[in-house]
Write a protein of this length. Sequence first.
Length: 297
Amino acid sequence: MSKEILWKSIKARTPSFQAKSPSFQGKSFSFNAGVKNKESVEYIIESPIRCGFLVAFCKHEYNLENMNFLIAVMRFKDILKMDGNAWTKSWRQLDEELQDRVFNIDGHDDDSEAEVSTSWPSTKVNRKAAVETMQKIIDEYIYDDAPYEICCSKQIQANTLRRANLIDFYGPEVFNEATVDPIKTMKKDILPRFLSSVDFAHMKERLESCATLPSPSELTVPKPNKKCIDNASLESFPPNRKFELNEFLECEILYGEFMRYLFKCVCSENLSCLRMINIFEELMSQDHLEEAEELAW
Protein backbone atom coordinates (compact mmCIF):
# COMPACT_ATOMS: atom_id res chain seq x y z
CA MET A 1 0.00 0.00 0.00
CA SER A 2 1.46 3.41 -0.99
CA LYS A 3 1.88 6.42 1.23
CA GLU A 4 -0.65 8.30 -0.90
CA ILE A 5 -3.35 5.68 -0.26
CA LEU A 6 -2.67 5.66 3.47
CA TRP A 7 -2.78 9.45 3.58
CA LYS A 8 -6.09 9.51 1.69
CA SER A 9 -7.49 6.99 4.18
CA ILE A 10 -6.39 9.14 7.11
CA LYS A 11 -7.96 12.25 5.61
CA ALA A 12 -11.18 10.43 4.74
CA ARG A 13 -11.58 9.06 8.27
CA THR A 14 -10.58 12.28 10.08
CA PRO A 15 -11.85 15.11 7.87
CA SER A 16 -12.21 17.62 10.67
CA PHE A 17 -8.89 17.20 12.48
CA GLN A 18 -7.07 20.29 11.26
CA ALA A 19 -10.17 22.43 11.81
CA LYS A 20 -11.35 21.11 15.19
CA SER A 21 -8.39 19.70 17.09
CA PRO A 22 -7.66 21.99 20.05
CA SER A 23 -3.98 22.10 19.18
CA PHE A 24 -4.75 23.32 15.66
CA GLN A 25 -7.20 26.06 16.44
CA GLY A 26 -6.38 29.21 14.53
CA LYS A 27 -5.35 24.76 11.89
CA SER A 28 -5.92 -9.74 -7.06
CA PHE A 29 -5.77 -12.34 -9.99
CA SER A 30 -5.76 -15.64 -9.62
CA PHE A 31 -4.19 -18.28 -11.90
CA ASN A 32 -6.28 -20.85 -10.11
CA ALA A 33 -8.85 -19.56 -7.66
CA GLY A 34 -9.15 -21.39 -4.38
CA VAL A 35 -5.68 -22.96 -4.42
CA LYS A 36 -5.11 -24.86 -1.17
CA ASN A 37 -1.63 -26.30 -1.70
CA LYS A 38 0.70 -23.99 0.21
CA GLU A 39 3.69 -25.19 -1.80
CA SER A 40 2.18 -24.55 -5.23
CA VAL A 41 3.33 -21.86 -7.65
CA GLU A 42 -0.15 -20.33 -7.67
CA TYR A 43 -0.36 -20.08 -3.88
CA ILE A 44 3.08 -18.48 -3.58
CA ILE A 45 2.60 -16.00 -6.42
CA GLU A 46 -0.78 -14.79 -5.15
CA SER A 47 0.74 -13.48 -1.91
CA PRO A 48 2.92 -10.33 -2.17
CA ILE A 49 5.16 -11.49 0.70
CA ARG A 50 5.64 -15.07 -0.50
CA CYS A 51 6.02 -13.84 -4.06
CA GLY A 52 8.77 -11.44 -2.94
CA PHE A 53 10.85 -14.31 -1.57
CA LEU A 54 10.35 -16.31 -4.77
CA VAL A 55 11.33 -13.30 -6.90
CA ALA A 56 14.52 -12.89 -4.84
CA PHE A 57 15.32 -16.57 -5.35
CA CYS A 58 14.70 -16.37 -9.11
CA LYS A 59 16.88 -13.28 -9.31
CA HIS A 60 19.99 -14.91 -7.89
CA GLU A 61 19.26 -18.08 -9.88
CA TYR A 62 19.26 -16.00 -13.09
CA ASN A 63 15.76 -17.14 -13.97
CA LEU A 64 13.65 -14.06 -13.38
CA GLU A 65 11.93 -13.51 -16.73
CA ASN A 66 9.23 -16.18 -16.22
CA MET A 67 8.42 -14.90 -12.74
CA ASN A 68 8.22 -11.27 -13.84
CA PHE A 69 6.08 -12.24 -16.82
CA LEU A 70 3.57 -14.07 -14.61
CA ILE A 71 3.42 -11.11 -12.22
CA ALA A 72 2.88 -8.70 -15.12
CA VAL A 73 0.03 -10.89 -16.43
CA MET A 74 -1.53 -10.94 -12.95
CA ARG A 75 -1.52 -7.14 -12.88
CA PHE A 76 -2.99 -6.99 -16.37
CA LYS A 77 -5.78 -9.36 -15.31
CA ASP A 78 -6.42 -7.28 -12.20
CA ILE A 79 -7.15 -4.25 -14.39
CA LEU A 80 -9.67 -6.04 -16.58
CA LYS A 81 -11.27 -8.08 -13.81
CA MET A 82 -12.52 -4.89 -12.22
CA ASP A 83 -15.50 -5.62 -14.46
CA GLY A 84 -16.28 -9.27 -13.86
CA ASN A 85 -19.22 -9.31 -16.29
CA ALA A 86 -17.53 -7.86 -19.37
CA TRP A 87 -15.56 -10.94 -20.43
CA THR A 88 -17.20 -14.26 -19.63
CA LYS A 89 -15.69 -16.65 -22.20
CA SER A 90 -12.37 -18.49 -22.07
CA TRP A 91 -9.68 -17.99 -24.69
CA ARG A 92 -10.37 -21.48 -26.02
CA GLN A 93 -14.05 -20.70 -26.56
CA LEU A 94 -13.18 -17.44 -28.28
CA ASP A 95 -10.55 -19.09 -30.48
CA GLU A 96 -13.21 -21.47 -31.74
CA GLU A 97 -15.80 -18.74 -32.29
CA LEU A 98 -13.46 -16.28 -34.01
CA GLN A 99 -11.23 -18.63 -36.03
CA ASP A 100 -13.02 -18.03 -39.35
CA ARG A 101 -13.42 -14.27 -38.96
CA VAL A 102 -10.88 -11.81 -40.37
CA PHE A 103 -10.17 -8.66 -38.40
CA ASN A 104 -8.41 -5.44 -39.17
CA ILE A 105 -5.73 -3.89 -36.96
CA ASP A 106 -8.32 -2.34 -34.63
CA GLY A 107 -9.93 -5.68 -33.83
CA HIS A 108 -13.06 -5.28 -36.01
CA ASP A 109 -14.42 -7.24 -38.93
CA ASP A 110 -12.96 -5.92 -42.18
CA ASP A 111 -16.48 -5.17 -43.41
CA SER A 112 -17.37 -3.22 -40.28
CA GLU A 113 -17.17 0.56 -40.10
CA ALA A 114 -17.66 0.64 -36.32
CA GLU A 115 -15.32 2.67 -34.18
CA VAL A 116 -12.97 0.79 -31.82
CA SER A 117 -14.71 2.16 -28.75
CA THR A 118 -18.08 0.70 -29.75
CA SER A 119 -16.86 -2.89 -29.26
CA TRP A 120 -15.28 -2.37 -25.85
CA PRO A 121 -17.62 -4.32 -23.55
CA SER A 122 -16.79 -2.62 -20.25
CA THR A 123 -17.90 0.69 -18.78
CA LYS A 124 -15.73 0.16 -15.69
CA VAL A 125 -12.35 -0.62 -17.27
CA ASN A 126 -10.46 2.04 -19.19
CA ARG A 127 -9.56 0.60 -22.60
CA LYS A 128 -6.51 2.81 -23.06
CA ALA A 129 -5.00 1.74 -19.72
CA ALA A 130 -5.65 -1.92 -20.51
CA VAL A 131 -4.11 -1.68 -23.99
CA GLU A 132 -1.05 0.18 -22.69
CA THR A 133 -0.46 -2.47 -20.01
CA MET A 134 -0.93 -5.25 -22.55
CA GLN A 135 1.47 -3.64 -25.01
CA LYS A 136 4.13 -3.22 -22.33
CA ILE A 137 3.96 -6.96 -21.60
CA ILE A 138 4.25 -7.77 -25.31
CA ASP A 139 7.21 -5.42 -25.76
CA GLU A 140 9.07 -6.83 -22.76
CA TYR A 141 8.27 -10.56 -22.93
CA ILE A 142 6.60 -11.71 -26.18
CA TYR A 143 8.38 -10.24 -29.20
CA ASP A 144 11.46 -12.02 -30.60
CA ASP A 145 13.68 -9.08 -29.66
CA ALA A 146 12.03 -8.48 -26.28
CA PRO A 147 14.58 -7.71 -23.53
CA TYR A 148 13.10 -10.41 -21.25
CA GLU A 149 11.71 -12.77 -23.89
CA ILE A 150 10.06 -15.85 -22.41
CA CYS A 151 10.44 -19.27 -23.99
CA CYS A 152 7.36 -20.09 -26.04
CA SER A 153 6.74 -21.59 -29.46
CA LYS A 154 6.27 -19.45 -32.55
CA GLN A 155 2.67 -20.67 -32.70
CA ILE A 156 1.91 -19.51 -29.14
CA GLN A 157 3.63 -16.23 -29.87
CA ALA A 158 1.49 -15.73 -32.99
CA ASN A 159 -1.67 -16.76 -31.13
CA THR A 160 -0.93 -14.30 -28.33
CA LEU A 161 -0.30 -11.42 -30.72
CA ARG A 162 -3.56 -12.21 -32.52
CA ARG A 163 -5.49 -12.22 -29.25
CA ALA A 164 -3.80 -8.96 -28.26
CA ASN A 165 -5.09 -7.44 -31.49
CA LEU A 166 -8.55 -8.62 -30.39
CA ILE A 167 -8.35 -7.47 -26.77
CA ASP A 168 -11.93 -6.17 -26.98
CA PHE A 169 -13.05 -9.80 -27.28
CA TYR A 170 -10.43 -11.63 -25.18
CA GLY A 171 -9.96 -9.15 -22.35
CA PRO A 172 -8.09 -10.78 -19.44
CA GLU A 173 -7.65 -14.00 -21.46
CA VAL A 174 -5.13 -12.47 -23.90
CA PHE A 175 -2.04 -14.00 -22.27
CA ASN A 176 -3.49 -17.19 -20.79
CA GLU A 177 -1.99 -19.58 -23.34
CA ALA A 178 1.37 -17.80 -23.07
CA THR A 179 1.47 -18.47 -19.32
CA VAL A 180 1.21 -22.26 -19.70
CA ASP A 181 4.89 -22.97 -20.41
CA PRO A 182 6.26 -20.47 -17.85
CA ILE A 183 4.06 -22.01 -15.16
CA LYS A 184 5.27 -25.50 -16.14
CA THR A 185 8.87 -24.30 -15.90
CA MET A 186 8.17 -22.78 -12.50
CA LYS A 187 6.54 -25.98 -11.25
CA LYS A 188 9.06 -28.48 -12.62
CA ASP A 189 12.33 -26.59 -12.23
CA ILE A 190 12.26 -23.42 -10.14
CA LEU A 191 9.73 -24.37 -7.46
CA PRO A 192 11.42 -27.63 -6.32
CA ARG A 193 14.73 -25.79 -5.91
CA PHE A 194 13.02 -22.91 -4.11
CA LEU A 195 11.27 -25.26 -1.67
CA SER A 196 14.62 -26.76 -0.67
CA SER A 197 16.43 -23.42 -0.51
CA VAL A 198 17.50 -21.19 2.36
CA ASP A 199 15.18 -18.53 0.94
CA PHE A 200 12.12 -20.73 1.47
CA ALA A 201 13.18 -21.63 5.02
CA HIS A 202 13.69 -17.94 5.76
CA MET A 203 10.27 -17.15 4.30
CA LYS A 204 8.56 -19.74 6.53
CA GLU A 205 10.38 -18.43 9.57
CA ARG A 206 9.33 -14.87 8.82
CA LEU A 207 5.70 -15.78 8.15
CA GLU A 208 5.51 -17.86 11.33
CA SER A 209 6.78 -14.86 13.30
CA CYS A 210 3.68 -13.00 12.07
CA ALA A 211 1.26 -15.69 13.23
CA THR A 212 0.54 -13.74 16.41
CA LEU A 213 0.45 -10.03 15.78
CA PRO A 214 0.76 -7.36 18.49
CA SER A 215 -2.22 -5.23 19.42
CA PRO A 216 -2.12 -1.53 18.45
CA SER A 217 -1.46 -0.57 22.07
CA GLU A 218 1.67 -2.76 22.09
CA LEU A 219 3.23 -1.03 19.11
CA THR A 220 5.86 1.59 19.83
CA VAL A 221 6.75 3.92 16.97
CA PRO A 222 9.59 6.42 17.51
CA LYS A 223 8.56 10.02 16.99
CA PRO A 224 10.36 12.24 14.48
CA ASN A 225 13.29 14.08 16.05
CA LYS A 226 12.92 17.24 13.99
CA LYS A 227 11.00 20.31 15.14
CA CYS A 228 9.66 22.21 12.17
CA ILE A 229 7.66 24.37 14.57
CA ASP A 230 7.72 24.95 18.31
CA ASN A 231 4.88 24.81 20.81
CA ALA A 232 4.31 28.52 20.81
CA SER A 233 4.16 28.98 17.05
CA LEU A 234 1.07 26.82 16.46
CA GLU A 235 -1.16 29.80 17.22
CA SER A 236 0.62 31.88 14.60
CA PHE A 237 -0.81 29.78 11.76
CA PRO A 238 -4.00 31.08 10.13
CA PRO A 239 -7.20 29.03 10.62
CA ASN A 240 -7.19 27.78 7.03
CA ARG A 241 -3.57 26.54 7.15
CA LYS A 242 -3.45 22.96 5.79
CA PHE A 243 -0.45 20.88 6.84
CA GLU A 244 0.97 18.43 4.32
CA LEU A 245 1.70 14.75 4.95
CA ASN A 246 5.47 15.23 5.07
CA GLU A 247 5.09 17.98 7.67
CA PHE A 248 3.18 15.61 9.96
CA LEU A 249 5.74 12.85 9.47
CA GLU A 250 8.84 15.01 9.93
CA CYS A 251 7.85 17.31 12.78
CA GLU A 252 7.78 15.99 16.34
CA ILE A 253 5.08 18.45 17.45
CA LEU A 254 2.75 17.95 14.49
CA TYR A 255 3.17 14.17 14.55
CA GLY A 256 2.47 13.96 18.29
CA GLU A 257 -0.65 16.14 18.10
CA PHE A 258 -2.09 14.28 15.13
CA MET A 259 -1.31 10.88 16.66
CA ARG A 260 -3.13 11.79 19.88
CA TYR A 261 -6.14 12.88 17.88
CA LEU A 262 -6.16 9.72 15.75
CA PHE A 263 -5.72 7.51 18.81
CA LYS A 264 -8.91 8.98 20.27
CA CYS A 265 -10.69 8.23 17.00
CA VAL A 266 -9.37 4.64 17.13
CA CYS A 267 -7.73 5.03 13.71
CA SER A 268 -4.06 5.75 14.39
CA GLU A 269 -2.68 2.72 12.53
CA ASN A 270 -2.21 4.43 9.16
CA LEU A 271 -0.11 7.26 10.57
CA SER A 272 1.96 4.75 12.54
CA CYS A 273 2.51 2.78 9.35
CA LEU A 274 3.59 5.88 7.44
CA ARG A 275 6.03 6.81 10.18
CA MET A 276 7.52 3.30 10.16
CA ILE A 277 7.90 3.49 6.38
CA ASN A 278 9.83 6.74 6.81
CA ILE A 279 12.15 5.11 9.34
CA PHE A 280 12.61 2.14 7.01
CA GLU A 281 13.55 4.43 4.12
CA GLU A 282 16.03 6.28 6.30
CA LEU A 283 17.72 3.00 7.28
CA MET A 284 17.86 1.86 3.66
CA SER A 285 19.38 5.16 2.54
CA GLN A 286 22.10 4.67 5.18
CA ASP A 287 22.73 1.05 4.05
CA HIS A 288 21.59 -0.38 7.40
CA LEU A 289 20.08 -3.36 5.58
CA GLU A 290 19.72 -5.79 8.49
CA GLU A 291 18.03 -3.18 10.69
CA ALA A 292 15.76 -2.23 7.79
CA GLU A 293 14.74 -5.86 7.25
CA GLU A 294 13.91 -6.34 10.93
CA LEU A 295 11.89 -3.13 10.93
CA ALA A 296 10.03 -4.20 7.79
CA TRP A 297 8.84 -7.35 9.53
